[in-house]
Design a protein around this ligand. Sequence first.
Ligand code: AMP
Ligand code: MG
Length: 488
Amino acid sequence: MPTLESLVFDNGFARLPESFYSRVCPTPVPDPYLVCHSPEALALLDLDEGEMARPELIETLAGNRLLPGMDAIAALYAGHQFGHYVPQLGDGRAILLGEVKNARGEGWEVQIKGAGRTPYSRGGDGRAVLRSSIREFLCSEAMHALGIPTTRALCIVGSDHPVYREEEETAALVTRLAPSFVRFGSFEVFYYRNQVEPIRHLADYVIARYYPALKDLADPYPEFLRQVALRTAELMAQWQAVGFSHGVMNTDNMSILGLTLDYGPFGFLDAFDPGFVCNHSDIGGRYAFDQQPDVAAWNLTKLAQALVPLMSVETASQAIGEYPQVFGKAYLERMAAKFGLPPGSEAAGLVMDALQLLAQNHVDYTIFLRRMCDFDSRPGALNAPLRDLVLDRAAFDAWAARYAAALRQQGSSDAERAAAMRALNPKYILRNHLAEIAIRRAADERDYSEVNRLHALLARPFDEQPEHEAYAAEPPDWARKIEVSCSS
Ligand code: AMP
Ligand code: MG
């Protein structure tokens, strides 16, 4: 039976020179308890379900003890925050405990977020609160279930240790798993310090471990940068297609592996609104929903710049030059497929016009797309469930007639298309109000059943789950008042 004692640690990042991190000890919290865990994430470490209940594991993931083989560190990085370079950030509250090698040969770094102060904490307390930890836990696992690259969340450990934000809250730690937490900012920090060797060293490390196909190239760096740009383009296409808004796309929150990283004030679109800003503190709307692909492009220029010591400026800009086309193509292909259409100019027109219709009529994005799966393409069909979502019926009818004609022309079978579309248009997403209900119950009543229910529900986002129909509904009126900010 796989147990804690049989975990095999590798700790590749901790074997890099000490200029990349600081060795730290997590600060213990009193009386930690398990709030929730993800069985799917636990399986990545080859751990048996029973291990999750062991006090040794809870104590470890609370930062109260280390397992043999762990080598705890906080990583150094910098980053552009809201357009401005901040020379030193780093893991101010996350501590990498070690990297587990599973039986399939995969390496999973185990990081606890909220583990106390580190040399990079600046003014912060090194803690995370239960509220934001629940949001990160649920969203990481939900994104994975949606097929979107992301860091994973193994569990949340709570403690009654008080943490002060706008008001007093309690501490929690999320255990995150990822092949690597290296960020664009991990390179930037050395570029702005004029240190070329660490840039090369880190690039070699990332290439050898995570882009192994490139390591034998005579000059792997330009191709490495290109691959990061491609993965980033693919990620942006996925975010835009599902209606996910990250909220804080600073370069320190951009994964070198193209993963969704650092869940803060994120939000999924309810009503389709291109200018949606989920982060209450983002007054200028820099990270608005429809800005994300361009922000990622801008962030890639910052990464390219940080890698210029390894290649010419021209080569670096070429390496990220394909991003706009790759993003555009990936996004359109995804959207066409969500509409059950082959990619092409006709699909593009229908998709864009549908989005405009949704925006003008404040139609719920997820509900509309899910109902589209059952679109009746026969001439004269009313498609009432879909039509009822749109106030401007005439505009809907005109669009639906075009869409139906396109489907008929392609000889698309309604039944076959419906099945394919249901696997691409989720029924269940982590709407803000759903997270909020789970958080309130957890924080006020120590009742974690709703967190667990949501986790299980969102592990199968494409399945009809009739007993949970209410979770697919539009947000209630009170949800309009929910405000999410960077404070977490
Ligand atoms: P984030 O906006 O969560 O991505 O964090 C930006 C930077 O602030 C990172 O370097 C974090 O480690 C750091 N940080 C955020 N919250 C805290 C905290 N409570 N204590 C220490 N550092 C923090
Ligand atoms: Mg961050």
